[in-house]
Design a protein around this ligand. Structure first.
Ligand code: PGA
Length: 258
């Protein structure tokens, strides 16, 4: 297992927060703080659709990359309220969060639609950040590994070896998201390592070693360094703490040092 063969990625997931003037302000504050991460850690802000154009223009020429928080799987058509991968690419978006637990929980997202969105994103040239994670009840029933293996197999079904290397996996235990209850570094490492071994079974070890696996779920300025020091935790998907420039930067700097 060699951490240096893959990219460390710290991504903010802003969720449904920040109107455009606030988005501009936050990104202007983040840019100079994280400039030193260039070439060491990929820094991404995944923002609401309405902020994408602003975010791309504010971060132009900097090392902050912009992602969307969802994408539809069809190319175009009668899908009121949806946004296609081509539309995101045309704007200059590079990354997209897919299958976040909030989408699975509140918007009927299934492994089947996660798989379709992932393939559509890859086909259009976007890099997907595919979220997986167990519910508290599933962890208590000792089926975390079954749940994660099933999600990985279904969400990445028919995704080629070349494409999976462009895909980021975010391990986000649902019980840790927005709850202030972080997985311990050992718990995060255990499941991120399990995800890598599942990828090695589906593809091969070299491919699995090349995939960036993030932890997400109440990662913050205080706990990031320990989580990121683990061999299979290659980055973070950060919700609440990504809305404060100083906190987000502390996490980025932990990744630069880790
Ligand atoms: P949180 O969210 O950091 O606020 O727990 C993480 C996420 O949902 O990606």
């Amino acid at each position: 297992m060699n951490k240096s063969v893959r990219k460390a990625i710290i991504a903010g997931n802003w969720k449904m927060n920040k109107a455009r003037p606030e988005a501009k302000e936050l990104l202007e504050a983040i840019k100079p703080l994280v400039a030193n991460a260039e070439g060491k850690v990929e820094v991404i802000a995944c923002v609401p659709f309405t902020n994408l154009e602003t975010a791309i223009s504010v971060t132009d020429g900097s090392n902050v990359k912009i992602g969307a928080e969802n994408v539809h799987f069809e190319k175009s058509g009668a899908f009121t309220g949806e946004i296609s991968a081509d539309m995101l690419v045309e704007l200059g978006v590079e990354y997209v969060v897919i299958g976040h637990s909030e989408r699975r929980q509140y918007f009927g997202e299934t492994d089947e639609t996660v798989n379709k969105r992932t393939k559509a994103a890859l086909a259009a040239g976007l890099k997907p950040i595919v979220c997986v994670g167990e519910l508290l009840w599933e962890r208590e029933c000792n089926i975390t590994e079954e749940v994660i293996a099933r999600q990985i197999k279904l969400d990445l079904f028919d995704v080629s070896k070349e494409d999976v290397k462009k895909t980021v996996i975010a391990y986000e235990p649902v019980w840790a998201i927005g709850t202030g209850k972080t997985a311990t570094a050992d718990q995060a490492e255990e499941v991120c390592g399990f995800i890598r071994s599942t990828l090695a079974k589906i593809y091969d070890q070299a491919t699995a070693d090349a995939v960036t696996i993030q932890y997400g779920g109440s990662m913050n300025a205080g706990n990031a360094a320990e989580l990121l020091s683990k061999p299979n935790v290659d980055g973070g998907l950060i919700g609440g703490a990504s809305l404060k420039a100083a906190d987000f930067n502390t996490i980025v700097q932990a990744a630069v040092e880790g």
